[in-house]
Design a protein around this ligand. Structure first.
Ligand SMILES: [Zn+2]
Length: 336
């Protein structure tokens, strides 16, 4: 399994960045994260931890996503929702419910992605009776509301066994949120989902971060090693001066070239871990899950276009990446 997970990590970290200032950052972030976590394939590490957390009788998995900005990406972007949707489908195939959290302004886009991938969205009563369904809840924006939400969440969802953050902005060590190019975000407009990570850790619930810029929840796991090396790592250019690196502590971090790809890699590693090599959705559903948020006003986060590219990477390349991951599963299936 280790060798297959090495392949999945590498596929998720194939870098396609147009701007020279961004080139090379993917490898830096991956190497730092790997060095901070026992120098093993990171998607395999995550799948093992999730497998252990979920083995005693199921429960639910919490998936958190949603990012954008009020001016150009008012309803979010194409990176994040599809990753969550593929994870929800894969967990569903393994008999596990997903509870998906996003700010209200992104929730429609995320919900459309889940449905397009084939994940059934139910209300809470129906969801709790089904082993493969998804529940979509709003995560309130702002620090005070986020605090109240996070403090009571696991009382209301006592069956939660793990929390996975996909492309979810987190604050730096000075408490300031940034986008990946160093601009600060208004703290009253973002979900303070880092508080949910802290609440989960206090209860011994496994926490996982997937990100592609360094500013997403999870990079606190590798911030010390990344520091001055990462793009905007030590200086963001905004008055806080603290750099963009998220400071949220999580149990496991998987950096990727595109956050969706990191989520796909974790889904594939879960399939390997469970011996269920056919449990990931097919490309047609994944393709639909990338495109569906556009109908709710989401755009490609890099180009700003209302097209089903992700971080500037074409649909054809996304298909190639996903196909390579399915090829790893095919190898594993036919090995015996
Ligand atoms: Zn700053």
């Amino acid at each position: 399994m280790q060798g297959y997970c090495e392949s999945l990590d590498q596929i998720a970290n194939l870098e396609f960045k147009r701007a020279g200032t961004r080139q090379g950052g993917t490898a830096l972030r991956y190497r730092a994260a790997r060095a901070a976590q026992g120098d093993e394939a990171l998607c395999g590490r995550v799948a093992r931890a999730l497998g252990e957390a979920l083995a005693p009788g199921g429960g639910s998995v919490v998936l958190v996503t949603g990012t954008g900005n009020p001016a150009w990406l008012p309803h979010g972007e194409t990176d994040g929702p599809s990753g969550v949707a593929v994870l929800a489908r894969t967990f569903g195939a393994l008999g596990l419910r997903s509870c998906v959290l996003a700010e209200d302004i992104y929730a429609d886009a995320v919900g459309r992605s889940l449905l397009a991938a084939g994940a059934p969205l139910l209300d809470e009563a129906g969801w709790s009776e089904r082993g493969n369904a998804a529940l979509l809840l709003g995560y309130p924006a702002g620090a005070a509301a986020g605090h109240a939400f996070a403090e009571s969440f696991f009382d209301r969802h006592a069956d939660a066994r793990a929390v996975i953050f996909v492309e979810k902005p987190g604050p730096n060590a000075r408490g300031v949120f940034h986008n990946s190019s160093g601009k600060p975000k208004d703290p009253d407009l973002v979900a303070h989902a880092q508080l949910l990570a802290a609440a989960a850790r206090r209860r011994g619930i496994v926490t996982v971060g997937v990100g592609d810029g360094g500013n997403e929840i999870g990079f606190g796991r590798a911030a010390a090693a990344l520091g001055a090396h990462a793009p905007y790592g030590s200086g963001c250019g905004c008055p806080c001066g603290g750099g963009i690196l998220d400071a949220t502590e999580v149990d496991h971090l998987l950096p990727a070239s595109v956050s969706n790809w990191g989520a796909y890699a974790i889904a594939a590693a879960l399939c390997l871990h469970a011996g269920r090599h056919d449990a990931m959705p097919g490309w047609r559903e994944v393709e639909a899950s990338i495109a569906a948020p556009i109908a709710a006003g989401a755009y490609d986060g890099y180009t700003g276009l209302a097209l089903p590219s992700v971080d500037g990477v074409s649909p054809e390349a996304n298909r190639a990446v996903y196909s390579l991951m399915l090829e790893v599963l095919r190898m594993a299936r036919t090995q015996a």
